[in-house]
Design a protein around this ligand. Structure first.
Ligand SMILES: C=C(O[C@H]1C=CC=C(C(=O)O)[C@@H]1O)C(=O)O
Ligand SMILES: [Mg+2]
Length: 468
């Protein structure tokens, strides 16, 4: 990887074509520019015609930090289950190793960046539902808009090949100008209406919960997260932009994400960080234990207090804390976390929340942390692999990317992954949405069913299926 002071992208492309000819290889050239402010949703919508089906969207929960990718200059995809995190890391490293990068802003979330995720369980038999998503899928975009602390940047990534000539730069420049002009337009979208909502055998799901809980009482499994799927049918093709717009407005303190692949779109608003790596600083989140929001302030406070003092939810949460703390201590030093959980309040639900921070050892990479942590007992259970095996045996659905890691990694090894909950897969005029719940020995099937009904609300509301 060569990071050189700013000269013209044109010279860089010319140098890369020469290098491609010499090494018979493809060479990435990447340029980061500060640009005038631009609406993230308008940029995403402006890419619909030329890059539709090849876009991603990402918003960080606590600050105005967006990354929107249009087009795919490189895809890293595999259905291989073994060492999938290592293989993605290796292919990404080889791709940027030869890159020529013009970056004189040096702001995280700009420059060559891979965005994507991993399926929850690559060893579960894959169904047609997720046929458009490999079990590891990352896109490096042609253009990426980044909004970081109020400043807007455009990253242009081009892969130069030996057959390219000097006209290649002109083509890229024209594409970039056309895109920036389009991103200034205002977009209108047709409203959609929900015509049907189907669930596969809800009573059977409750029976499976009761069966799993009986097993937890005997051990050795201590916790298992079981999920449900709703299949929604609408009166016309679902536009991604209005769903994103509602998620951004209704789920302010969640990660809002969308990843398009071959015409389908995986989309959601997750409150749960899996891991963030910023130089040698590592951040993770324990989020497990739930209760509804109150209809008024007094009721909300009473519900929050009862969650903080409920043994079943405290144990459900503590299993997550114990596992994440151990995983972080295996890979980091100076691991610190609060002694007890606090409340994380979202629009429809409130959770027990414990943040964990640590200092990464020198050779610890972001994807090695993702591998170590996924799935936490908030999404799988405890012990990890026996719980995942129980889910594989009992759950009559294909989670695909639901509850898997989704996020980004940049060319300097920094990045962030959320767990892809409060999410759904949009397929034309239909969508599958998913919701899970942590089962422990004191769980009650009806209560867990109601908890998952609340967790469907962010996506149902964003799809216009319920009044939010
Ligand atoms: C598995 C999900 O939520 C997890 C995260 C927060 C609270 C949870 C719970 O209380 O069960 C779950 O562990 C989901 O939203 O589908
Ligand atoms: Mg729960």
């Amino acid at each position: 990887m060569v990071t050189i002071q700013r000269t013209e992208l044109k010279e860089g492309i010319q140098a890369a074509i020469e290098k491609a000819k010499k090494n018979s290889a493809s060479i990435l050239v990447s340029e980061v520019q500060k640009i005038d402010s631009c609406s993230p949703l308008s940029f995403f919508a402006a890419g619909k015609e030329k890059y539709g089906g090849k876009r991603f969207f990402w918003k960080h929960p606590s600050q105005e930090r967006y990354m929107i990718g249009l087009g795919i200059c490189k895809e890293i995809a595999s259905d291989q289950a073994t060492d999938r995190f290592f293989h993605v890391e290796k292919e990404w490293g080889q791709f940027i190793d030869q890159a020529i990068i013009f970056d004189d802003v040096h702001v995280q979330g700009t420059g060559p960046t891979a965005f994507g995720g991993f399926s929850f369980d690559p060893d579960k038999e894959k169904t047609m539902l997720w046929s458009k998503f490999s079990s590891s899928l990352f896109h490096i975009p042609r253009f990426m808009l980044s909004i970081m602390e109020g400043q807007t940047y455009l990253t242009t990534n081009v892969v130069c090949k030996e057959e390219h000539d000097a006209t290649f730069y002109t083509a890229v420049e024209n594409e970039r100008q056309e895109l920036l002009a389009g991103a200034r337009k205002h977009f209108m979208f047709d409203p959609i209406s929900l015509v049907d909502q189907l669930e596969v055998k809800p009573d059977a799901w409750k029976q499976s919960v009761t069966q799993v809980v009986e097993g937890l009482k005997k051990g050795p499994l201590k916790k298992v997260v079981l999920a449900r799927e709703l299949r929604l049918v609408f009166n016309r093709k679902i536009q991604i932009e209005p769903v994103l717009d509602r998620l951004l407005n209704e789920q302010k303190n969640s990660y809002v994400f969308a990843l398009e692949s071959e015409g389908d779109c995986f989309i959601g608003a997750s409150p749960e960080r899996l891991v963030k790596k910023d130089q040698d600083q590592v951040f993770s989140t324990c989020l497990a234990g739930s209760i509804a929001r109150g209809k008024n302030e007094a009721e909300d406070e009473q519900l929050g207090h009862s969650l903080l003092t409920d043994d079943k939810n405290l144990i459900e949460h503590q299993y997550v804390v114990d596992m994440i703390k151990e995983a972080m201590e295996d890979t980091c030093s100076k691991v610190t976390l609060p002694s007890k959980p606090q409340l994380l309040k979202l629009k429809h639900i409130q959770h027990l929340y414990t943040p964990v921070i640590g200092k990464a050892d020198e050779h610890t990479s972001l994807l090695s942390l993702v591998e170590k942590l996924h799935p936490t007992p908030a999404l799988g259970g405890l012990p990890k692999m026996p719980a995942v095996a129980k889910i594989r045996e009992v759950e009559e659905l294909d989670r695909g990317f639901f509850a898997g890691p989704i996020g980004w990694l940049d060319y300097k090894g920094n990045g962030e992954f959320a767990v892809a909950i409060r999410s759904g897969l949009i397929q034309g005029n239909e969508a599958s949405i998913f919701a899970g719940c942590g089962l422990v020995e004191d769980s009650i099937a009806e209560t867990e069913y109601e908890e998952t009904n609340i967790k469907f609300k962010p996506m149902l509301s964003a799809l216009g299926g319920i009044k939010s």
